[in-house]
Design a binder for this molecule. Structure first.
Ligand SMILES: Cc1cc2nc3c(=O)[nH]c(=O)nc-3n(C[C@H](O)[C@H](O)[C@H](O)COP(=O)(O)OP(=O)(O)OC[C@H]3O[C@@H](n4cnc5c(N)ncnc54)[C@H](O)[C@@H]3O)c2cc1C
Ligand SMILES: *[C@@H]1O[C@H](CO)[C@@H](O)[C@H](O)[C@H]1NC(C)=O
Ligand SMILES: *[C@@H]1O[C@H](CO)[C@@H](O)[C@H](O)[C@H]1NC(C)=O
Ligand SMILES: *[C@@H]1O[C@H](CO)[C@@H](O)[C@H](O)[C@H]1NC(C)=O
Ligand SMILES: *[C@@H]1O[C@H](CO)[C@@H](O)[C@H](O)[C@H]1NC(C)=O
Ligand SMILES: *[C@@H]1O[C@H](CO)[C@@H](O)[C@H](O)[C@H]1NC(C)=O
Ligand SMILES: *[C@@H]1O[C@H](CO)[C@@H](O)[C@H](O)[C@H]1NC(C)=O
Ligand SMILES: *[C@@H]1O[C@H](CO)[C@@H](O)[C@H](O)[C@H]1NC(C)=O
Ligand SMILES: *[C@@H]1O[C@H](CO)[C@@H](O)[C@H](O)[C@H]1NC(C)=O
Ligand SMILES: *[C@@H]1O[C@H](CO)[C@@H](O)[C@H](O)[C@H]1NC(C)=O
Ligand SMILES: *[C@@H]1O[C@H](CO)[C@@H](O)[C@H](O)[C@H]1NC(C)=O
Ligand SMILES: *[C@@H]1O[C@H](CO)[C@@H](O)[C@H](O)[C@H]1NC(C)=O
Length: 535
């Protein structure tokens, strides 16, 4: 029996999720900041600290803090601010930050791309320092070995671009949004439109460099297989600071075929969606078809509010191959040759992100950030049996009524069903038809509660159609409410047993076991981190 199984009964650690506190800290935290800075300068910065440390006294403090803020729910003036930001430019800065923060009892938050859906990489309710990894952004492609070393601050777009500079015959399976960071994305799983053929990002990682709680730098060999397993899907920030990942590139055809078609629910789209549920996880693994659901106002003379269904697809091959495949197994979609666009894989990454044809591929490297006032809440679900047609229609009715929720349905199957659930901490493998991403977004300040309520209402509404006991969730679409009582309760107690089970299923015990070995004093912690062994 593996030792971690013995720990099941000790999983009763609880975390208090407090309401956001005030943005200023007391003298005790300001003196611990001084001690921290002193420690960093004196002991751990052989390479110098130039352009590295930002405190509230630096003019660019807020700029640095919010350049990588994607969810403006967490950039309000009242949001808790860090005591300092350490923009690590050298491994020694990472080591020093860990050791000095530990010595002076300050929490750290580790940030790479800043896309955490709940802002947990840059907001905390206790005094904290941000360890910012954005300067660690190199990508070294070794095309002969079909691998690359990717530093955690590199974005997915930069990774894709650098692969394409070497070859149009290779790719990497990861997310669609070019600004997402490799640090958080890979350590939380990492899925995209290559997932049915090649699995997740974590299924294609072969080595990593990490700084542990004692400031030591490890590679796969010296960290050992348990820790290397844990950081591939268990969330990196419970275990250490990931400096870089070694990834295995995957082969792609010189040209892939992509399409995007819209279907009206007034003209039978519900039937198409129903068939999609039956077929999308069973199609050949070269095909990936995502279904997206948006509430829109028709602009023609009806002005009707309705749900617009968009199918966006990618096929690892050419148009004829896709047409003959879909003609046989998904004729209901009604795809025609002229819907199809052939292009190199790198161009398809722009297409999927909705860039107009002709957008230069360099755009991937520094993709525009999007609106300044963009607030959102994301949630996820797993669907194991098709939702009946009548229920689909009721779902559309509710969406139209509440207006602010959109969904993306991502098919599983293929490689996702072949990989055992315990291979990585990410447990959602065979048995799933598709994953739902819910997104509620808004652009007005001061109305968060209204939209958070709407998003939670819809999540509760969907309960009968999705996985239960546990109601599974995807770590990268982090939701601080899962596992908590609802309606929201200011002193609700959230246990690792509840959120951990939803994110990791039966892998939770092994994650706790690894945590107990590598960080028994729980230095690397946050609202939804993995707890160590209770002693
Ligand atoms: C617009 C948008 C699109 C997205 N699209 C996809 C998608 O297509 N597929 C998908 O799988 N997910 C997607 N996500 C979710 C995304 O993958 C996660 O939010 C991911 O954690 C972001 O990584 P990051 O480095 O950008 O975020 P950060 O906010 O920097 O970090 C996220 C988490 O990882 C930790 N972390 C970051 N860097 C390190 C490190 N170096 N060492 C240890 N821990 C670290 C942080 O502390 C935090 O807990 C999307 C999110 C957004 C907002
Ligand atoms: C000041 O902050 C420290 C660190 O969080 C805390 O332990 C202490 O209780 C606070 N003191 C006061 C007076 O609030
Ligand atoms: C970090 O600093 C050390 C000591 O100055 C130096 O040897 C090393 O090359 C630096 N590393 C990086 C990645 O810059
Ligand atoms: C922040 O301000 C301090 C004090 O003026 C200065 O020493 C440091 O270089 C500044 N940091 C950055 C990154 O400019
Ligand atoms: C592959 O990588 C190894 C070790 O990094 C290197 O020694 C070898 O030359 C590489 N192989 C090829 C074919 O480039
Ligand atoms: C549709 O139009 C109504 C009335 O103008 C507006 O209130 C609503 O926000 C619009 N909905 C969408 C999804 O655009
Ligand atoms: C409005 O446009 C939609 C989508 O193109 C179409 O389904 C609908 O029939 C149109 N309604 C009217 C009244 O023209
Ligand atoms: C539809 O909406 C437009 C813009 O709000 C408005 O000008 C038009 O009168 C509306 N048409 C109908 C039939 O309501
Ligand atoms: C698929 O069906 C369409 C429409 O019926 C037809 O035009 C096309 O030739 C078919 N393609 C293949 C490869 O069978
Ligand atoms: C792909 O992108 C490149 C570089 O931006 C561009 O030159 C080429 O025309 C694009 N190809 C297609 C088929 O879109
Ligand atoms: C929450 O949203 C639901 C659904 O829109 C609504 O019925 C309810 O009144 C809302 N509650 C609050 C407190 O806003
Ligand atoms: C809030 O949650 C705590 C812990 O679960 C519970 O004891 C308390 O009764 C809840 N309060 C309300 C108002 O629901």
């Amino acid at each position: 029996m593996a030792p971690f199984l013995i720990l099941i009964s000790t999983l009763l650690i609880t975390f208090l999720v407090l309401q956001a506190a005030s943005s200023s800290y007391n003298t005790s935290s300001s003196s611990s900041l001084q001690q921290f800075l002193h420690c960093l300068a004196n002991h751990h910065s052989s390479s110098g600290l130039k352009n590295t440390i930002y405190t509230a006294n630096n003019n660019s403090f807020l700029t640095i803090l919010h350049t990588l803020t994607y969810n403006h729910r967490f950039s309000a003036p009242t949001a808790p601010k860090p005591l300092a930001i350490v923009a690590a430019r050298n491994e020694s800065h990472v080591q020093g930050t860990i050791l000095c923060a530990k010595e002076h009892g300050i929490q750290i938050r580790i940030r790479s791309g800043g896309h955490d859906c709940e802002g947990l990489s840059y907001v905390s309710d206790v005094p904290f320092i941000i360890l910012d990894m954005f300067p660690f952004d190199s990508v070294l492609v070794d095309i002969a070995n079909q691998t690359a070393w990717v530093q955690s601050g590199a974005t997915l777009g930069a990774l894709y671009y650098k692969i394409a500079k070497h070859t149009n015959l290779h790719a990497f399976p990861a997310g669609v949004c070019p600004n997402v960071g490799a640090g958080g994305h890979f350590s939380g799983g990492g899925y995209g439109n290559l997932m049915r053929k090649h699995g997740l990002s974590v299924d294609n990682i072969v080595d990593a460099k990490l700084v542990d709680v004692n400031g030591r730098i490890h590679d796969r060999k010296s960290m050992g297989e348990d820790l290397f397993w844990a950081i591939r899907g268990g969330g990196g920030a419970s275990f250490g600071v990931i400096l870089s990942w070694k990834i295995r590139l995957v082969p792609v055809t010189p040209r892939v075929t992509v399409f995007r078609v819209k279907r009206d629910i007034e003209k039978g789209a519900t039937d198409v969606v129903y068939k999609w549920q039956m077929i999308s996880a069973k199609l050949h693994e070269d095909v990936f078809i995502r279904a997206m659901f948006d509430v829109v106002n028709r602009t023609n003379n009806s002005n009707k509010t309705t749900v617009e269904v968009t199918f966006i697809g990618m096929f690892l091959g050419q148009t004829e191959g896709l047409m003959s495949l879909l003609n046989q197994s998904f004729p209901e979609l009604g795809l025609v040759q002229s819907d199809c666009n052939e292009m190199p894989w790198i161009n398809s990454t722009l297409y999927w992100y909705n860039y107009p044809t002709g957008t230069p591929i360099q755009t991937l490297v520094n993709a525009p950030k999007g609106p300044e006032q963009y607030y959102f809440k994301t949630m996820s679900d797993y669907v194991k049996k098709p939702i009946p047609k009548e229920s689909l229609e009721s779902i559309w009715d509710v969406m139209i009524k509440i207006e602010r929720v959109r969904m993306e349905w991502n098919p599983y199957g293929g490689k996702m069903h072949e990989i055992p659930a315990s291979e990585t901490p990410f447990p959602h493998r065979s048995g799933n038809l598709f994953m739902i991403e819910y997104l509620t977004s808004w652009g007005e300040y001061g109305v968060n509660a209204v939209y958070l309520n709407i998003s939670r209402f819809f999540y509760e509404y969907m309960a009968p159609y999705v996985s239960h006991a546990p109601r599974e969730a995807f770590l990268n679409y982090r939701d601080v409410n899962i596992g908590a009582n609802y309606p929201s309760n200011e002193t609700r107690v959230v246990t690792a047993q509840s959120y951990g089970r939803k994110y990791f299923g039966g892998n939770l015990e092994r994650l706790v076991y690894v945590k107990s070995k590598v960080d028994p004093d729980n230095f690397f912690r946050y609202e939804q981190s993995i707890p160590p062994l209770l002693r």
